[in-house]
Write a protein that binds this ligand. Sequence first.
Ligand code: GYE
Length: 305
Amino acid sequence: DLAWAAGLPKLKQKDKYKIGFAQTESNNPWRLAQTASMKEEAEKRGWQLVYTDAAGSAAKQVSDVRSMIAQKVDVILLAPREEKPLVPAVMEAKNAGIPLLCIDRSVDASMAKAGRDYVAFIGSDFVKEGNMAGEAFAKAVGGKAKIIELQGTVGSSPANDRMKGFKDAISKFPDMVIIASQSGDFARDKGRQVFETLYQAHPEATALYGHNDEMSMGAIAAMEAAGKTPGKDIMICSIDGTKDAAQAVADGKIAVLVECNPHFGPKAFQTVVDYAAGKTIPEWVVNTDRLFTKENIASYMPEAF
Ligand code: GYE
């Protein structure tokens, strides 16, 4: 039938699967929430989970996938750290006859395609996240800001797309300008260091766009250490929805927060079941994300991770 006709590996219908989850790193609350969601779902269904943590190395993640192939897992869930270096892992799974799904980040579409080389991409629309952030932020700052951007991991799909979406949104506002942009690798400490350096070089900055909450929280620490008030001297917009960031919205430090939901377990496992049943899986199973400001953050607080 349709899904299988494309040349993708088949999956037998079984009560229980041995399922691989190749995580990219575990140094932030988003990753921990995602891993917990996978483990919970595996336990609930009684499936065996083969879990690996690439510890921030694309090369290790490739070998993690190889070891899953060698262990003959039934199916692989891959959270590809970067778009290009993980393509070989995707192709090797395909050639070994193991269906693979990209979870939360995707791989370079010109090199490996969902629906042809791997089953599907399950995750957020990062361009849209950047767009939502940019539009709401322009409103929050009255269409005028000198922005420092902290990019995510270089070569990762969320960094590439959040950059693009935000840029497109603010291009409609001539006084919204990005004056400096550098990667903080999605990490809190790196975000703090990079912000400190960029702010020293650009003391005229009035705003921060952080591609994730961990970097934004790091930057807030740097601002406060420099005697500046986040939310006043420097306006902030951020993406994810961690507990710390939600609290910072409530406290008036972060003006705009765009959600990126890490709880993939139920959706990912159900997609595997549907695939085995021969249902047609969309190439992109899209997660929808919400927008939070001081006005509506209270309702989100219990969900923050
Ligand atoms: O925003 C970040 C994490 O790939 C969508 O990666 C994910 C991003 C998320 O490390 O916090």
